[in-house]
Design a protein around this ligand. Sequence first.
Ligand code: C2E
Ligand code: MG
Ligand code: MG
Length: 285
Amino acid sequence: MESGLKVLSVKRFASRHNRPQAKLASDLGEAISQEDIAVHFQPQYELCSGRAVGVEALARWVRLDGRITPPSSFIPVAERFGMIGAIGVSVLYQACSTLCEWTPVERNAPLLCVNVSALQLTVEFAAVLAGILELTEFPGNRLELEVTETSRISNVSRTALILAQCRRHGVRIALDDFGTAYSGFAYLAQLPVDRLKLDQSFVQAMENNRKAAAIVRSVIALGSDMGIDVLAEGIETERQLEMLTVMGCPHGQGNLLSRPLPADAARDFMNRPWGLRHAGGLHAA
Ligand code: C2E
Ligand code: MG
Ligand code: MG
């Protein structure tokens, strides 16, 4: 998946920098070549019915001693040291392969959502994506790419073109962490977008903060007016779930419903009916 040469050059580059980040980058280069970057999956639900309708793939760095390093610690390093492309390909390939192994009833086949850094969106990206879809035989219309609003999109029109190429394979595009960047509305206007992922900071604040609740309500209305799906991230309490349902938010995910899980556990979770949530079923993760 990753050319050995590229990882080697990262290690040489990192070794010239006597900084903890450079050591982390060197270890990360090693981890990529040893295939130590794993993928966990967090179920996503249709809020009005309680049906599990998708999963978000989340990268995990599994250390030799079994400890797991979260992506917030290594994705920025991967972006800085030119390794994000290799991680992206590895995550996409693993996630598509894993979901192909799941055998749900076809009409319940879940959407697969994969995070993509803006730095991954190079001119070759759509071709690489098409290659992975062909290799894994994963249908493009079950894949969604989540582009983080806060990641630097240096050339918006070029990014729009690359995302449009991806969409020709049936792939959907989501704006992740929506509401957190000043440029969010500009991206929404210029990029081909199928879904807004409402940032968890608003969801978690809205119980006690009227401004946050107003923002959540507005984003749901915005999605509805634009014909764009909305998914609320980071649902942690019954009250948040209830508020979102009353506001008409179509989709949600969060630790209340299910934490991110290794593939086998996530697949079991996807097959459990929503009613089990009230019996503690979904909390059990
Ligand atoms: P994200 O894409 O917004 O993913 C949601 C994050 O919120 C995940 O953190 C998830 O574990 C966490 N989360 C889910 N439900 C809850 C909840 O109820 N409460 C709280 N407090 N947190 C919740 P995680 O896995 O640590 O990932 C952090 C970020 O790292 C992701 O944010 C995404 O931007 C990035 N990331 C993860 N995997 C990848 C990847 O494969 N490629 C790229 N480029 N970025 C990735
Ligand atoms: Mg995401
Ligand atoms: Mg997010």
